[in-house]
Design a binder for this molecule. Structure first.
Ligand code: GLA
Length: 389
């Protein structure tokens, strides 16, 4: 989503590189993925791609998007350095912890996934790195193992307490489908997005172009508030594994034993888990009205209970809801800026995109990137015999 003025189709997948991983948006189930809940993401056609070539000695990392390169010894085990290369190096560490020691290599990354827009640029880098390094080492892991190790790279090496949604969906997504994932069991289903009247809709992604500086810190704060609330629930209801199992009734019973913030955060999570299940029904029923309503309710819950929206994003969602052809809209991803995801009548999606962009520019003097997106496949190893550099 790089500032083009023309509307509104995203670029196509790069063909030349061997390993590619898309970005994702989430249709419903936000901040539910670190307490065993449900999520409903889909992959969108923005990509990171990787090439990996043999080196004389050591490991080196470069990116067409950053000036800094990084070289480390084969036995390097030093801590993160606070720059982009922490993501691929974190993945390498996880492979090494599993006994996978690739021969010396140079990994080069490129891509067009926007940073800080809530569409998972970091997980996309992690997954493409995992695919590239596994192939280079001549090893195979399951999709689940790749997602789990890529999340662990972020949790343990980069130091962000994210859940599993982004890595899993980028690895496992299927074109034309959303991915319903149980983040505790990692059981997943591909839900078709073309049932009934849903075949006449499209997903429109709107980048607010704002990322509030509190974003990374506030994610950690929310995470702690949720964990505190979940711990109270687990104590009170023996047998309750995590919030993925909890009901609103149980939360009310435990309310007085937790902080007001923890109560609100958990209320968002428990209610969003229920919304994901209802969204599954709406998708199979091919009912965009029901799905759109759930998205709007999900946004209100993120805004009011989880407190992870912001003025600009609320404006985009509120405006979208008034535009012809829009069934629903909400903030997607971690929050505090980033993108909205909109469910829009296919015949009106271009007019919708233009109208939303115009209203936003008039209000905030910001030109939003707006893209009409079909769901694409997850990460792939391209079937070429030659690696490109
Ligand atoms: C970020 C995290 C995910 C998830 C979302 C919110 O994208 O990386 O694990 O928690 O926020 O749903």
């Amino acid at each position: 989503m790089t500032g083009s003025n023309s509307l509104p189709h995203p670029p196509t997948a790069p063909e030349a590189d061997r390993f590619i991983a898309p970005a994702r948006v989430n249709l419903l189930g936000e901040h539910t993925d670190y307490t065993g809940g449900f999520v409903l993401p889909m992959a969108i056609p923005f990509y990171n791609h990787a090439t990996v070539t043999p080196a004389e000695d050591g490991y080196s990392f470069s990116s067409a998007l950053f000036e800094t390169t990084r070289a480390i010894a084969l036995n390097d085990r030093s801590a993160r350095i606070g720059q982009w290369s922490d993501y691929p190096v974190g993945v390498l560490r996880q492979l090494q912890q599993r006994g996978i020691e690739p021969p010396p290599f140079h990994l080069h990354l490129n891509g067009n996934v926007p940073f800080g827009a809530g569409v998972s640029s970091s997980a996309s880098v992690e997954i493409v790195t995992a695919y590239a390094l596994l192939a280079f080492a001549g090893k195979k892991l399951t999709l689940e193992e790749i997602a789990v190790l890529s999340r662990a790279a972020e949790n343990e090496y980069v130091g962000s307490p994210c859940g599993i949604m982004d890595q899993f969906s980028i690895a496992a997504a299927k074109a034309g489908h959303a991915l319903l994932l149980n983040t505790r069991t990692l059981h997943y289903e591909h839900l078709p997005m073309n049932q009934g009247a849903l075949a006449d809709t499209q997903i429109v992604v709107c980048n607010s172009m704002v990322k509030h500086s509190v974003a990374s810190g506030e994610y950690g704060v929310r995470h702690r508030q949720v964990m505190d609330g979940q711990a109270v629930m687990q104590q009170k209801f023996p047998g309750l594994v995590d919030l993925g199992d909890a009901s609103l009734q149980q939360l009310e019973e435990a309310r007085s034993e937790m902080s007001h913030e923890s109560y609100l955060r958990c209320r968002h999570i428990v209610s969003d888990n229920a919304r994901v299940m209802l969204a599954k029904d709406a998708m199979f029923a091919g009912d965009p009205v029901a799905l759109g309503k759930l998205m709007l309710e999900g946004h209100a819950s993120e805004r009011d209970d989880f407190a992870c929206s912001c003025e600009e994003v609320d404006f985009l969602v509120d405006t979208a809801a008034t535009l012809p052809g829009c069934f629903g809209a909400r903030l997607t991803g971690g929050g505090f800026g980033g993108c909205t995801v909109n469910l829009v009548d296919r015949t009106q999606s271009e007019a919708f995109s233009a109208a939303l962009r115009k209203a936003y520019q008039e209000k905030y003097d910001i030109v939003a990137d707006v893209f009409v997106c079909d769901a694409v496949d997850g990460a792939e190893i391209r079937n070429t015999t030659e690696q490109t550099s």
